[in-house]
Design a protein around this ligand. Structure first.
Ligand SMILES: Cc1cc2nc3c(=O)[nH]c(=O)nc-3n(C[C@H](O)[C@H](O)[C@H](O)COP(=O)(O)OP(=O)(O)OC[C@H]3O[C@@H](n4cnc5c(N)ncnc54)[C@H](O)[C@@H]3O)c2cc1C
Length: 420
């Protein structure tokens, strides 16, 4: 029997595809509901996903599974940037027109004089793409907030196609006049009409059994048995895990100290989410926005009610602020402190006024993003080799310990049918 740990999109996909291939499985999720990072929560009729979550997959198989799951909206990926009191269309380098002449000159001069060297870390890569001034004020500042690390401390093995890289003519045009074109790297963003992002998983989830409230607490690889927090035990012929690697190695009975140490070398960001429901419909202006100013703690804000009007009761609207921390950058404040901070800064950013707030919620997510620091590759390789030798298959964002979007996590779970 295939025993799958973790009922996020990767574990659900593994179960669904094993079942389709006639293989026995049991899928165990520690939380009271399935979905992992794709799950959501509801407060007084406001539905909030965990973090922004929109689908821009280009994979036909995933598109098919998602579209068979639910009707969906297709959004234009029109994002904004908040920088020193100004709202700038995203990507900022193509839309400099709201900036002062002095800043435009600095950005364009430095773009023309950007270094041509072979970058060895993320900061050097940014400098080669954008030049000094833009790098220091935009992506490097954002990196400290979103990735909780300095750009020079990150490697390059995650950058891929996640950036729009501008031509000088695009920068000049965007500095003179407002641009109608959208230079975002994805051309459309899909989102379920009802049920939050999780509804995209319905086609798979409806056809499988998911055991919730079932947290694996011990893995005995000699006896091929997993113990759960409710005292039950399950035997397996194959173990498939989407549990974050640093947690997984701690569950394995007699795991060598060198492997546990490799687990400690891995860093992920945790998210602090402040979700706000408003008692009027017209609060959100932007589907999502990046916030560069470092005296404002959240890195991003997005609108659940613009993703779907069904995410808020009739006549109301919502925003969710994402703030990140990690061992490199501990929490700046607790829940109450962050909530007050966001109310103050949200008013200053002209996003809302306090009297329009209907409900406000604070919660934390322990594993949000894998941090691509210089220790990651070696530590991941040590742990993956150990798991392969034990015959444990690892899937998903935190099993592969990679920057996987939901479609890639789904495909990672689906891949299990190709393994022996
Ligand atoms: C800030 C942010 C924004 C994102 N935005 C997007 C987006 O716009 N579009 C997109 O496509 N993707 C987005 N993603 C990525 C997407 O969320 C992930 O790729 C995907 O949800 C990961 O799924 P997973 O199943 O691999 O991991 P998870 O969702 O983390 O699932 C792992 C599951 O394992 C369970 N578990 C852990 N320990 C145990 C245990 N001991 N026993 C049993 N169960 C256990 C957990 O509770 C969890 O449910 C975003 C992610 C973040 C953090």
């Amino acid at each position: 029997m295939n025993l799958i740990l973790g009922g996020g999109i990767a574990g659900i996909s593994a179960a669904y595809h094993l079942q389709k291939n006639g293989k026995a499985y049991k899928l165990c999720e520690k939380n009271h509901s399935w979905g992992g990072l794709c799950d959501n929560f509801t407060i007084s009729g406001f539905l909030f996903d965990y973090f922004v979550h929109l689908s821009f997959t280009t994979n036909d198989c995933v598109k098919e599974l998602f579209s068979q799951s639910t009707p969906f909206y297709t959004h234009n990926p029109l994002a904004y940037n908040y920088y020193k009191g100004k709202w700038i269309k995203h990507p900022a380098q193509n839309n400099l027109s709201p900036l002062s002449t002095d800043e435009k000159i600095r950005i364009i001069q430095d773009f023309i004089n950007k270094p041509v060297s072979n970058p060895q870390n993320y900061e050097e890569w940014l400098l080669v793409q954008f030049g000094d001034y833009f790098t220091n004020n935009f992506p490097s500042a954002y990196t400290r907030k979103y990735w909780t690390a300095n750009a020079k401390d990150l490697g390059l093995d995650w950058v891929g196609e996640r950036f729009s890289l501008p031509e000088l003519s695009d920068i000049l045009r965007g500095a003179f006049e407002e641009q109608a074109d959208n230079f975002y790297y994805a051309k459309e963003m899909r989102y379920p009409v009802k049920g939050g992002y999780k509804a995209f998983l319905n086609k798979m989830a409806d056809q499988i059994d998911i055991s919730v409230n079932k947290e694996a607490v011990l893995i005995d690889t000699d006896n091929k048995q997993v113990e759960f927090s409710d005292g039950t035990k399950e035997y397996y012929t194959r173990l498939v895990s989407s549990v974050p690697l640093p947690e997984l190695v701690k569950l394995i009975k007699d795991c060598p100290a060198s492997i546990l140490d490799a687990g400690k070398e891995l860093t992920a960001t945790s998210g602090q989410l402040v979700s706000i429901g408003f008692n009027r419909p017209d609060i959100p202006q932007y589907l999502w926005a990046y916030i560069y100013d470092e005296d404002i703690f959240p890195a991003r804000v997005y609108s659940p009610s613009l993703k779907s009007k069904h995410n808020a009761p009739e006549g109301k609207s919502s925003l969710q602020f994402e703030t990140y921390c990690s061992k490199y950058s501990p929490k700046k404040c607790n829940g109450d402190g962050l909530t007050s901070h966001i109310i103050e800064k949200g008013e200053r950013m002209n996003l809302f006024v306090q009297k329009d707030i209907d409900v406000i919620d604070y919660r934390e997510v322990k594993y949000a993003n894998v941090v691509f620091d210089h220790k990651r590759q070696k530590a991941v390789s040590v742990i993956h080799t150990y798991l392969q030798n034990l015959g444990i298959n690892y899937i998903g964002r935190f099993g592969e310990w990679d920057y996987l979007w939901s479609d890639q996590s789904l495909l990672s779970g689906m891949d299990i049918i190709n393994y022996k």
